[in-house]
Design a binder for this molecule. Structure first.
Ligand code: GLU
Length: 492
């Protein structure tokens, strides 16, 4: 199939939510795999809640994730593109009104003049009689004279729900059959002439020739109304796939108020867009085996609608962090370096005296260890300033035991005696020493790491020592020796 046309239709009333990002990713993958078109459409008819700022923030979220659209509204310097525009609902009001008029002319919709008070009273009666609140159909059969007699009284337009059944053959949820009796004549145009969500979404999907609607399962009940409208408007019916929402770690719908609901929170936290893209796919799709790590290209290759699941997956921070580490390892050193440089600069490190090759090596020795880009800061701060303090727990563990002072001196002398200052030379000297003393390597590595970096974790010790340089290392060993000496004095 090469005429696949899919879309994402967010309301720009906030940031790009992780759940919307997930739906966008599935649609995008399908379009890219099938050689079809991915369309971005902004549902911005709720003037009170929508803003251009939000629309831009949302587009920025897509942009960051690498989700490009073939058709959609203007973003930054990029003008609107596509043959089925405009792609903002607020610019399509006349189109909706035209389609509503068509339904009115064909007797498939009608004007309803019931006042709010009348409708409230009707609802109240239904509640008292324990019936579901449904519109009575009072205006369904008004005569032309009765309508004319209303003059310019405000009205809504309602869709005439016919008797019978409506069936959706959902690609994920299976067949969903409803008795039309469950639906009253719903509103398709508001008193201000604006379309309701149901009307606008169907007209857009119909006129934009959307072939597949992959969206949240919160729209499953709406889909029955949509199918009725598609048929009434004589649009070809798209395939529907209603997908589970993203749940938080407690199994509740991922609230807007939670950190991470905004896709760009992850950028701020040092996650790669590749990771978030990969992760949201795993929240609803499985490859059929136990693979979890995918690039965009791999996903385009193996994505399939058949393997989308019905049950919602909970967000799992640990797994996300693990996945981010894996994606970081997959980058080239140069790529990783480019991504961490702004973070190092923002941390206030003075990089002016560092050669490109030194910076490259510094990045390389962190690549196997860091789980987020932001971790580059605690993994490298000791290169740019002396440790301001020594980690307390590590001091207790490695420097407070008997013989700790003598050990530090011994290691300092070992370093000073080296004819060549390199990772390999340091490593072989340390290994020879433990061979001689019969201890394990950790007993020498940990106290040294603490002396050089002030910490118990970080990049490989010999690698970081090479980059720090002989003079700095010896000075830091001396400083540590003085510190431990003084500690001993205090205890005595
Ligand atoms: N604006 C709707 C939403 O974000 C779009 C629904 C649809 O995809 O049809 O939920």
């Amino acid at each position: 199939m090469n005429n696949v046309r899919v879309r994402i239709a967010p309301s720009p009333s906030g940031f790009l939510h992780i759940g919307t990002a997930k739906m966008a990713v599935f649609n995008w993958l399908y379009a890219r795999q099938q050689g079809g078109a991915f369309i971005l459409r902004l549902e911005d008819t709720d003037v009170e809640r929508s803003s251009d700022e939000f629309a831009q923030a949302m587009c920025e979220g897509f942009h960051w994730l690498g989700i490009d659209w073939d058709e959609g509204p203007a973003f930054g310097d990029v003008p609107e593109k596509g043959d089925y525009g405009p792609y903002r609902q607020s610019e399509r009001i006349a189109i909706y009104q035209g389609e509503v008029q068509r339904l009115l002319d064909e007797g498939k919709a009608y004007k309803c003049f019931c006042t709010k008070e009348e409708l409230d009273a009707e609802r109240e009666r239904a509640r008292a009689e324990k019936r579901p609140p449904r519109y009575s159909g009072a205006c369904r059969n008004l005569t032309r004279e009765e309508i004319e007699a209303k003059g310019d009284a405000p009205y809504v337009v309602r869709f005439k729900v016919e008797e019978g059944h409506t069936e959706i053959d959902d690609l994920v949820q299976g067949k969903v059959r409803s008795d039309n009796k469950e639906f009253d004549d719903f509103v398709i145009q508001k008193p201000n002439g604006y379309p309701t969500f149901h009307l606008a979404v169907v007209v857009d999907d119909g006129l934009m020739k959307i072939t597949h609607v992959l969206r949240g399962d919160d729209h499953l009940t709406n889909a029955t109304r949509h199918v009725m409208l598609f048929k009434a408007l004589d649009y070809p019916l798209p395939y529907f796939a209603h997908l589970p929402m993203v749940l938080d770690e407690n199994g509740k719908k991922y609230s807007k108020r939670l950190h991470g609901a905004n896709v760009l929170d992850w950028r701020a936290d040092g996650y790669l867009p590749e990771t978030i893209f990969n992760y949201v796919v795993l929240l609803g799709w499985t490859p059929g085996d136990d693979r979890e790590l995918f690039t965009r290209e791999e996903l385009i290759e193996c994505f399939s609608i058949e393997r989308l699941g019905q049950s919602a997956a909970r967000f799992d921070m640990k797994k996300l962090q693990w996945l981010n580490g894996q994606h970081i390892r997959r980058l080239s050193v140069e790529d990783l370096q480019q991504r961490v440089m702004p973070i190092l600069q923002a941390a206030g490190f003075d990089l002016s005296g560092c050669s490109p090759e030194w910076l490259r090596q510094m990045t390389a020795i962190c690549q196997e260890k860091i789980r987020t880009l932001n971790e580059i800061v605690p993994y490298t701060d000791f290169f740019f300033s002396e440790p301001a303090e020594y980690e307390e727990k590590a001091v207790r563990k490695h420097w407070e035991k008997d013989g700790a002072l003598a050990r530090l001196k011994q290691l300092r002398d070992l370093m000073a005696s080296l004819d060549e200052w390199s990772t390999e030379r340091l490593k072989s000297a340390y290994e020879a020493l433990v061979e001689e003393t019969g201890e394990n390597l950790g007993a020498c590595v940990h106290p040294t790491r603490l002396a050089l970096t002030g910490k118990s974790v970080g990049p490989g010790l010999f690698e970081l020592a090479e980059l720090l340089g002989r003079e700095t290392c010896l000075a830091r060993m001396d400083r540590a020796i003085a510190y431990v000496n003084q500690m001993g004095g205090q205890r005595a």
